[in-house]
Design a binder for this molecule. Structure first.
Ligand code: ADP
Length: 482
């Protein structure tokens, strides 16, 4: 049983057009650690999505007509409520997703920060004037909200992936219809409840739990009132949404998969590099899109680094997310577990060796031992595919040129990391890594004040920072003849 100070934040209705709707079609939300059923949640259909979009289109007009300050005040109240109820939100998150409770609390605060940031930015959606191209011409550019936006979000950050989209969208004057991951709708519904209490107008922000993600995705793509889709998830589904949106030239923000390299040069501070590798690889049991996927270590320090990494990984406590001291919770599903097993067996069959872990955990279920593989090479599946689990594969390299080529040899371009103390090398690497984000001597880069996003097949658009709001506004150029 989940103990909450506010039991009414555990919700099993859908939130559509400002109403809490109970449906006879329901689906079970299970705690991935225990298998316990937490709730039987309303299962929305494509028709519900249509209804939500209709209401959003009406609410958006009135919302956009308000001043930035008026929108900011409501967003700020939403932020305050998320902070007040952070412990309950974290408990709901750990229960439905499995991550350790302190990490869940961290996500709730991180998620809330986006609302605070964009509440502030709501007042600064500035236009510009441009000197005319002819003597009698005056040019103005104004920024206007895109309109109704659909958000499709994943299970690995059930709270923050929603606030990161909703905050800039609402700040800019857009409305939003959210389809959370079927595994984790409870955090989304709790967010909606607090948004309603903060004063978000009826219909402006709907949350539709659903198992028919393809059906809802089609409605988002085909409904002309839906002006944009903001999606975080797999590259494959990103491609589907892009294809589906082609007919209406649907605007898209996409945060897709990654294949993050983590490079340790022989001039690095090794203790810091080990600490960074643990943070960037094992956070959320390796289930984040910016998680390190490939660790490259230079020859001279390979053995020392591996030894220290192995000791640190061996010390990571695996367990239920609510248990004191847990660092690694369960994986989200059997499919996720199978992928980790596949990456390990493929690598081992080609010569890699597990020096820590390598197998399912004695706790059973979807628990997996945090693992370090050594002697990993480019021909192994783990070099190309995102593992999304607690597996650290360690490659060896000799030269900067060689590791740069290996690091960039992927269709993905989300996060990358490297450790070095040579200033010239730091500049060269920052400029030449083909990634949207580069962590230099750090394994943690996510914050609401910086633009998060990828290049190549990792996505389109940026979330966070002053750039984040650009994804939700259109430029309108007005030419005045005087
Ligand atoms: P993951 O592997 O992390 O579950 P997905 O891309 O499958 O990544 O899921 C991310 C989100 O996309 C989830 O909310 C999921 O329900 C949704 N989704 C999955 N398939 C589709 C689809 N065909 N159209 C729209 N959304 C989808």
């Amino acid at each position: 049983m989940l103990h909450l100070s506010r039991a009414d934040l555990l919700i099993n209705d859908a939130f559509i057009a400002g109403e809490w709707i109970s449906l006879s079609n329901r689906f079970a939300i299970k705690n991935p650690s225990t298998g316990e059923v937490l709730a039987e949640v309303a299962d929305c259909s494509r028709q519900h999505a249509r209804h939500a979009i209709d209401a959003a289109a009406v609410a958006q007009k009135e919302w956009a007509a308000r001043t930035g300050k008026e929108r900011a005040e409501i967003l700020r109240r939403w932020f305050d409520l998320l902070i007040v109820h952070a412990d309950d939100l974290a408990a709901i998150l750990t229960a439905e997703m499995g991550k350790p409770l302190p990490e869940a609390k961290g996500e709730v605060l991180y998620g809330a920060n986006f609302i605070e940031w964009f509440a502030e930015e709501a007042k600064r959606v500035y236009g510009e004037t441009i000197p005319g191209h002819q003597r009698d011409k005056r040019i103005m550019v104004i920024r206007q909200p895109v309109g109704v936006v659909g958000a499709i979000t994943p299970w690995n950050f059930p709270n923050a992936m929603i606030t990161r989209k909703a905050a800039p969208a609402l700040a800019a004057g857009c409305a939003m219809v959210v389809k959370p991951a079927a595994e984790t709708p409870l955090s989304a519904l709790a967010l909606a409840k607090l948004g309603q209490e903060a004063g978000l107008p009826s219909g402006l922000f709907s949350v539709l739990p659903a198992t028919d993600s393809a059906g809802i995705g089609l409605e988002f793509s085909e409904n002309p009132k839906m002006r944009k889709i903001s999606f975080t998830g797999s590259t494959n589904v990103g491609r589907i949404l892009m294809r589906q949106g082609a007919d209406q030239i649907k605007k898209l923000s996409l945060e897709l998969g990654g294949n993050a390299p983590f490079i340790v040069f022989d001039d690095a501070d090794l203790d810091a590099a080990v600490e960074g590798a643990i943070l960037s690889k094992f956070r959320n049991a390796g289930q984040t899109c910016v998680c390190t996927n490939r660790i490259y270590v230079q020859d001279a320090i390979y053995e020392t680094f591996i030894e220290r990494l192995a000791a640190a990984v061996d010390a990571l406590p695996v367990g239920d997310g609510f248990a004191e001291g847990t660092a690694i919770g369960p994986l989200i599903s059997d499919t996720a577990l199978d992928k980790v097993c596949h990456h390990i067996s493929d690598a081992e069959s080609k010569g890699a060796k597990a020096i820590v872990g390598g197998d399912r955990h004695a706790l059973g279920g979807t628990f997996f031992q945090p693992t370090v593989l050594r002697d990993v090479t480019a021909d192994m599946v783990v070099a190309r595919e995102e593992t999304f689990g607690p597996l650290a594969p360690v490659f060896r390299f000799s030269t900067e040129e060689e590791v740069l080529t290996a690091a960039n040899d992927t269709e993905f371009g989300l996060a990358s990391y490297f450790y070095s103390r040579d200033l010239s090398r730091i500049w060269r690497m920052m400029e030449r890594l083909e990634y949207g984000m580069v962590g230099v001597n750090t394994g943690l880069i996510s914050t609401e004040v910086a633009p998060f996003g990828g290049i190549k097949q990792s996505g389109l658009g940026r979330e966070g920072s002053r750039h984040g709001i650009e994804d939700y506004v259109e430029l309108k150029y007005c030419c005045l003849s005087v």
